[in-house]
Each structure stands twice: as structure tokens, then as C-alpha cells.
Design a protein around this ligand. Structure first.
Ligand code: PEP
Length: 643
């Protein structure tokens, strides 16, 4: 039920972010104008240069699109869900302000593709914020669509697609999807006439005035039969003049063939004169409302071709038609007809070149993961095959408890260091010592061979807790490990699952690897409750961790009745409960995590019984108390991995 809710929220967010990022990237200039409107509403428009707003437009659209992709594929789940909560909180507050103050009429969330009122946008954001909170609370409930090792392909491919193919191409040419009322196929003449008749219309600001007498010539221009070229340049002062030759020759072509050609601009007479000086333009200039011109075409300048008042072509200044393309006369040229490219074809193109490769990659990745899982399962089912042990780390860890003064401890650590340097172990070795030894031993211990750990740490970060030692202090000595949840601490110092949970979190926060002890008492074993006990201990203190953090934990199963008593669990007894522990880890975190978790056995483990214990498939080493206090005894246990 919870997982279903999280995944519904995830899909809702993913699809909304992908759609909203996509429609913005399709029209980077439109998004730039909207950003400019927002800045104008708060009086900052003059402080941000055009390239700043354009860069923000591209960054914003790509970020939204990629966040959507991350949610869809469950990539970097925790980080992404946090970013989405922050983003949605900001957006919800912003749109509340828009709804109340109305400084801009359309928020522009979905570009021109879907225009919402400010209040509709606010309520939409409230729903999305609720979804973001659900996803943020349980990010790991989103199953991955692609394994971690292949996520970079999805991210790079999506970033290339949105930045280069969509935003870059739209900027160079024109938006690939035109949602404005001036798209190819629009009958401008009819639309404009309906506006004159008083119908609700998007063309109320569309007018063309001659620059000399200020006469309204809209009707004459739109009403004329045949072909009309409209060169649209909202601002000639900052229009791109690199193609002026091409524009002049298109004008000549019009003169030769009797077609109309006008340049529509919102520039002043001075701006027009400057353009004429630079480009030698001889075509007539007319004035039109600036915002309308920016809506007509997303290029400065851009060219429109009308036939009988219908827009049949649009070109950016980078893609103006050549003489060959124009042909002798437009009547006989393909350019003189409405093109038959339609939205369905463009959508199909995107499906083929963006969606399909990702779907194929996902299928291949899942098949690969599935075959890997099958292979591993097959191997693990074969009792002769113990290769799976190689997957997880084998460890022999010593727990010195409250033994040895500083000098004796240093001497033992030195002896062990020399011994293991001379005869390299076949497994990870750790010694966990009283706090007082840590800093001194860390000075000389070869930590590539022997890890160093504490036997405990505080459940508080720092402050007035006399006598306590924090995780951060342990880490600062040079130690890497800490034993937590040892039965002696649970029993004598009343450490509850809640306290241990805090300790584990603090230890991990400070970069310590936790050796987490669990195990049942004699009475519990006799009552057959051992499974119940270890399960509750894991649930109480470590099953709250994310998969990533749980992977850093080493479990030590230590039946209390075997600790320091000389009574060892038989290898079969130990294996049975180790296998059970692994199965509940698998239930919680999945097989892969369970297979990689190191589970140590502790309780009167000696050189004599270690080989038999360690030979069991689910026993990955030992946590050694008494026998770790003498170098030779400890080495004997370490060497069990060599047998
Ligand atoms: C321990 O206390 O962690 C332990 C396993 O002790 P011993 O080896 O002495 O039983």
C-alpha cells in the first residue's frame, strides 16, 4: 500500500517534470521572455542581461527534465527526492504569490502548450508538493528501472537530448513544436477578421502600421492575395545581421515576382535607419507591437511566408531559404505550399530516437541483472560451490573488552602488527580496543592489514555527557570501526534498541563502520525464540537504514550463552541462524544486499573450532573475545581462513 502510494507520487512527479522541462526546452526564447516578465515584476529585469535570462531558461528546462528522468528511473533516489521537495516548496510559495498578487498573467509552467490560471497553477503545485513529500519520506520504495552502473548512460543521453537536440536545435532553427497562435497552417487573415467582429481572439494586439504615416495597413497586408513575406524583428538594434545578403536577395526575388515583402519591427526610426545603413536594406518597414512580434516567431529576425493570409512557412535567420529552394516562382515550388509535416511525425521521431533507445537499454539492463541473479542463485544452490563467499568480506575481529592497560595493549597490537605483516592474512582483520588505546595504536598499526575499532560510542553527538566518548572522537583517533549492541552493553548498561539506533546513526554519520551484535540468551534459545530475538534486534536498530547505509554494516551473531562460557554453538546451529539472518536481510533489502552482508559468529570461538565454523556458507568470520588477547591465539583463528 505504502509502496503503491510512493510510486504513484513518483510517476506523477516524473511525468510532470519531464513534460514541463520538455515544453520549456522546445521554446527556450519563450521561457526566457517569461523569466524576464518575472524579473520585471520584481523590478530586477534591468539587472540581468539577455544572455543571463537565456542561460537560466535552458538550465531550468534541462534541470526539470532531468529531475523527471531521475524520478522515472529512480536514479540517486534520496538526493533527487530532497531536491524535488526544495524545488516544489519554492514553486508553491512563488505561485501562491502569483495567485494573490497577479504580477504576471500566466505562470508559464508548461510554456505555451498548456496555459493555466495562476490559481490553477498554485493548486497543481500543492498536489505536486504533497507527492514530493511522500517520495522524500520513502525514497527507497521506488524500485530502480536501471542498475546503478548503467545510470550514467541514461543521464548523459537525456542531457544530450534535452540540451542539444531539443533546446539547442530550437534556438538555432525554430521551436520544433509551435503552440502559439502563429504556427504554420494558421489562417491569420480569418483569425484577425474574427477579432474585428468582436470574437475572443489571440490577435487583439496584432496590427501593422506603416512607419511613415502611422497608417494601419493590417487589413491590406493580410487581405492581399498571393504570397507575402514578413521579416519579423522585434528589435533591429540587437537583431542578428549575419544573413543580410540573403534577406536582400529574397526581397529582390519578391520584387521580380510581384510578391509583397515587409519588415515588421517595434524599433524606432533610429533603429530602422541603423539597420538600413548596416545591411543596405531597401524593403519597407512597418511597426508592430513588440510582444506580438516575439510571439509570432522565436528568432530575431525571423521570416514568415503567408499565402492568402495563411502562414505556410517560418524560418529563423539561420535557415533562410536559398534561391534554389525558392525556385523560379513560388507557385511552382514546394516552398509555396503548406508543408505536410505534422505533430504526429515529430512525436514519432522523439519516440524513435529518445524513448525507444532508453526502453531498449532498460530491457537489456534488466535482462542482464536477471541473468546475473540466476547465475548467482545457481552457484549458491550448489553445496560444492562456496565461491559466493568471495563476494562478501571475510573478517576476524578481536574484542578486547576491558582488558589490558595502555602499555600492554600497545605491546599486543605491535606484536600482532609485526606478525601479520610477516604472514599476510587471508581475510580482513580488525582489533577493537578500549578507548584509551586507540590513538596510540593508530600511530603504528598498518591499517591496510589490520583495521582499528572502538568497543562502543555515545548515543549523543557532543556536550555535557560526562565520561562518554562520541563517534566523532573515536573517528578522530584514526579508528575505522566500532562495535555496537554487544550483549554486555545491552545487559549491564541497559542499552535499548532506540539507544543503539542512535549510536549506529552517529557512528555512520562520522564515517565509522559498525560491527552490530545480535544474539539470544540461553532462556530464549531454550524457548526456541532465537529467530524472533535476532529479528527484533535488527528491526529495532538497523533496519531503518537505507540500503546504501545498511551495506556498510557488519553483523555479528553472538549467542549470549556462548560468550566467554567456553560453550560454542555447533557449526550447524550457527549456520542455521546465520542463514536465517541472511534471509531476513534479503526480505528487507533484497537478495543482492543479503548476499553481500558479512555475518560474523562470536562466542567462545577458538583456533580449534574456527575452521569448522568458517567453513559454513553463511558464516563469514568471527568476533573474538578472550582469544583475541593473545597474539598466537588470535593468529590461529585468522589462519582458519587459510585452511
Ligand atoms: C565477545 O564478547 O564478543 C566474544 C565473542 O567473547 P568470547 O570470544 O570470549 O566468547
Amino acid at each position: 500500500m505504502r509502496k503503491t502510494a510512493v510510486n504513484i507520487a513518483r510517476l506523477l512527479l516524473a511525468l510532470t517534470f519531464i513534460l514541463s522541462g520538455f515544453v520549456k526546452a522546445v521554446d527556450p526564447l519563450g521561457t526566457q521572455y517569461k523569466i524576464h516578465d518575472y524579473l520585471a515584476a520584481i523590478g530586477l529585469a534591468s539587472l540581468v542581461p539577455d544572455f543571463g535570462t537565456l542561460a537560466s531558461s535552458v538550465i531550468l528546462s534541462a534541470t526539470e527534465f532531468l529531475l523527471g528522468i531521475c524520478l522515472l528511473f529512480a536514479i540517486r533516489r534520496r538526493l533527487v527526492s530532497k531536491i524535488v521537495v526544495v524545488l516544489m516548496t519554492v514553486m508553491t510559495l512563488l505561485t501562491l504569490w502569483l495567485a494573490i498578487d497577479d504580477p504576471v498573467t500566466d505562470c508559464g509552467c508548461f510554456g505555451d502548450a498548456l496555459v493555466l490560471t495562476n490559481w490553477q497553477t498554485f493548486w497543481k503545485n500543492v498536489v505536486l508538493l504533497a507527492a514530493a513529500l511522500i517520495v522524500w519520506r520513502y525514497p527507497l520504495d521506488m524500485p530502480r528501472l536501471i542498475s546503478e552502473s548503467n545510470q550514467w548512460i541514461v543521464m548523459n543521453y537525456s542531457a544530450f537530448f534535452i540540451l542539444v537536440i531539443i533546446a539547442g536545435r530550437s534556438l538555432y532553427t525554430l521551436p520544433q513544436f509551435d503552440f502559439r497562435p502563429y504556427h504554420v497552417g494558421t489562417n491569420l487573415r480569418e483569425g484577425w477578421q474574427r477579432m474585428l467582429e468582436g470574437e475572443d481572439s489571440p490577435y487583439t494586439e496584432f496590427f501593422i502600421e506603416s512607419t511613415d504615416e502611422g497608417e494601419d495597413i493590417t487589413e491590406a497586408v493580410l487581405g492581399s492575395q498571393g504570397y507575402t513575406f514578413l521579416l519579423v524583428a522585434p528589435h533591429l538594434e540587437n537583431a542578428n545581421d549575419s544573413q543580410f545578403d540573403r534577406l536582400n536577395s529574397i526581397y529582390e526575388y519578391c520584387l521580380e515576382n510581384g510578391y509583397q515583402f515587409y519588415c515588421l519591427t517595434a524599433s524606432t526610426q533610429r533603429g530602422i535607419g541603423r539597420w538600413q545603413d548596416i545591411t543596405g536594406a531597401e524593403y519597407p518597414f512597418c511597426n508592430t507591437d513588440e510582444t506580438t512580434l516575439k510571439t509570432v516567431i522565436r528568432s530575431n529576425p525571423g521570416l514568415l511566408l503567408l499565402n492568402d493570409g495563411v502562414i505556410i512557412r517560418k524560418w529563423s535567420h539561420n535557415t533562410l531559404p536559398s534561391d534554389e529552394e525558392l525556385g523560379d516562382r513560388l507557385e511552382g515550388s514546394p516552398l509555396g505550399r503548406l508543408p505536410n509535416d505534422n505533430a504526429a511525425e515529430k512525436i514519432l521521431w522523439i519516440l524513435t530516437w529518445f524513448v525507444l533507445p532508453l526502453v531498449l537499454l532498460t530491457i537489456a539492463d534488466r535482462l542482464w541483472a536477471w541473468s546475473k541473479w540466476l547465475r548467482r542463485k545457481k552457484k549458491n544452490n550448489n553445496p560444492l560451490n562456496s565461491e559466493h563467499k568471495i563476494m562478501r568480506k571475510k573478517i576476524v575481529a578481536g574484542n578486547w573488552k576491558m582488558n589490558m592497560n595502555l602499555q600492554d595493549g600497545i605491546a599486543l597490537a605491535k606484536e600482532l602488527n609485526e606478525t601479520l605483516k610477516a604472514d599476510k592474512p587471508n581475510c580482513g582483520v580488525v582489533i577493537c580496543t578500549p578507548f584509551i588505546h586507540l590513538a596510540s595504536i593508530a600511530q603504528f598499526l598498518d591499517q591496510d592489514i589490520i583495521g582499528l575499532g572502538a568497543e562502543n560510542c555515545a548515543d549523543k553527538e557532543k556536550g555535557a555527557f560526562t565520561g562518554e566518548v562520541s563517534a566523532e572522537m573515536v573517528k578522530s583517533t584514526g579508528a575505522q570501526y566500532v562495535i555496537l549492541g554487544h550483549s554486555e552493553r545491552r545487559e549491564y548498561y541497559k542499552e535499548t534498541p532506540e539507544i543503539l539506533k542512535e549510536k549506529v546513526l552517529l557512528a555512520q554519520k562520522n564515517g565509522l563502520k559498525v560491527i552490530f551484535c545480535i544474539g539470544e540468551s540461553l532462556a530464549e534459545r531454550e524457548a526456541g525464540k532465537q529467530n524472533e530475538v535476532v529479528k527484533a534486534e535488527l528491526e529495532g536498530s538497523v533496519f531503518n537504514l537505507s540500503e546504501e547505509d545498511f551495506r556498510k554494516i557488519v553483523i555479528a551473531y553472538e549467542p549470549i550463552w556462548a560468550i566467554g562460557t567456553g560453550k560454542t554453538a555447533t557449526a550447524e546451529q550457527a549456520e542455521e541462524i546465520h542463514a536465517y539472518i541472511r534471509s531476513i536481510i534479503a526480505e528487507k533489502y533484497g537478495n543482492a544486499v543479503a548476499e553481500d552482508t558479512t555475518i560474523l559468529y562470536g562466542g567462545s570461538c577458538k583456533a580449534s573450532n574456527a575452521p569448522e565454523l568458517f567453513a559454513k556458507p553463511d558464516i563469514d568470520g568471527g568476533l573474538i573475545g578472550g582469544a583475541s588477547l593473545k597474539c598466537a591465539d588470535f593468529k590461529g583463528i585468522i589462519d582458519a581462513w587459510k585452511k
